[in-house]
Design a protein. Structure first.
Length: 254
C-alpha cells in the first residue's frame, strides 16, 4: 500500500526542523511540491530540501498545481469546502500518477499540520472517497504559535490559565471571546485586533516568524496598534504577502 507523510517543517527557520522530519525527507520516495502564491515560500522549501536531503539519489520531486481559493466569496465555509475538494482532486492525480504501490510520499507543511492547516482534512477526504487506498502519518513541526512566544520570551499560558486559539475573521465578527483571558489569533489578513481596541489588552505580535525578516511588536494594544498597522502594510507592500500571528492577553485577568 502507498504511504503518505504530512511533514511539519516549522515556520521558516531551518534550525527548527525536527530530526523526525529530516529522517522522513531522506526516506520517502516522492516529495509532492505544492505550488504556493509566493515564490519566496517555494524557494524556502527548496532550500530545506537541498540542506537536509543527503541520500543520493534523493526523492523524486513532483509538482502539484492546486486551485486557488476564492477569498472574496460571501459563503466562506462553502468556498473552503470547494477549495479542499479541488485540492483533493489535484492530490489524487499526483498520487495515482507518481506514487507506485509500496512507495511513500511526503507533503511538506509549514508550521504544524494539526494547527490551521488543511493537509489532514484533504487526506481524510481522499480516503473517504474510497477510490484511492493509502495509509498516512503526521510528523509534527514547530508552529507559529510556538515561534511567537519563544521570540517574545513569554509562556503561552498564565498560571492555571487557559488559552483560546481563533482566527482574525472570528475575532472581527464576534469580538472578545466570552470568558477568555488569553487569545491567540491566526489567519488575520485585515488587522482584526482593531475590533477589540477598547478592551484592556496586551498584544504580542509577530510576522514572518522564524525567518530573517521576522517582525515583533509587544505592548498595550491601544498603544501599539498603529505601529502594527504600519509594519504590516509596509511589509505587505515590500514582500507581496504577510503571515502574522499574535497573542492578546487580558490585563483585567492579572
Amino acid at each position: 500500500m502507498r504511504r503518505i507523510l504530512a511533514v511539519g517543517v516549522g515556520t521558516g527557520d531551518p534550525e527548527q526542523i525536527t530530526i523526525a522530519a529530516i529522517r522522513a525527507l531522506n526516506e520517502v520516495d516522492v516529495i509532492f511540491e505544492l505550488e504556493r502564491a509566493t515564490t519566496e515560500l517555494n524557494r524556502a522549501r527548496v532550500a530545506l530540501l537541498e540542506r537536509f536531503v543527503e541520500r543520493q539519489p534523493g526523492p523524486r520531486r513532483v509538482r502539484v498545481d492546486e486551485p486557488a481559493r476564492d477569498r472574496g466569496a460571501t459563503a466562506y465555509a462553502q468556498a473552503v469546502r470547494d477549495w479542499r475538494t479541488g485540492r483533493a482532486d489535484a492530490w489524487r492525480r499526483a498520487i495515482t500518477t507518481d506514487l507506485a504501490d509500496g512507495e511513500s510520499g511526503a507533503f511538506l507543511v509549514w508550521g504544524d499540520p494539526s494547527l490551521y492547516d488543511s493537509t489532514i482534512a484533504v487526506l481524510d477526504e481522499l480516503l473517504a472517497q474510497g477510490d484511492l487506498s493509502f495509509e498516512y502519518a503526521v510528523i509534527p513541526g514547530i508552529s507559529s504559535v510556538q515561534a511567537l512566544t519563544a521570540a517574545h520570551r513569554i509562556p503561552l499560558n498564565r498560571v492555571a490559565g487557559a488559552v483560546q486559539i481563533t482566527t482574525g475573521r472570528l475575532l472581527s465578527a464576534t469580538g472578545w471571546p466570552a470568558g477568555a483571558t488569553d487569545v491567540v489569533v491566526m489567519l488575520d489578513g485585515k488587522g482584526a485586533y482593531r475590533a477589540v481596541l477598547d478592551d484592556p489588552l496586551d498584544v504580542y505580535w509577530g510576522a514572518y516568524l522564524g525567518t530573517p525578516d521576522e517582525l515583533l511588536v509587544a505592548g498595550r494594544l491601544i498603544d501599539v496598534a498603529d505601529e502594527i498597522d504600519r509594519l504590516r502594510e509596509a511589509a505587505r507592500e515590500r514582500k507581496g504577502w504577510i503571515m502574522d500571528t499574535y497573542l492578546l492577553r487580558s490585563r483585567a485577568a492579572e
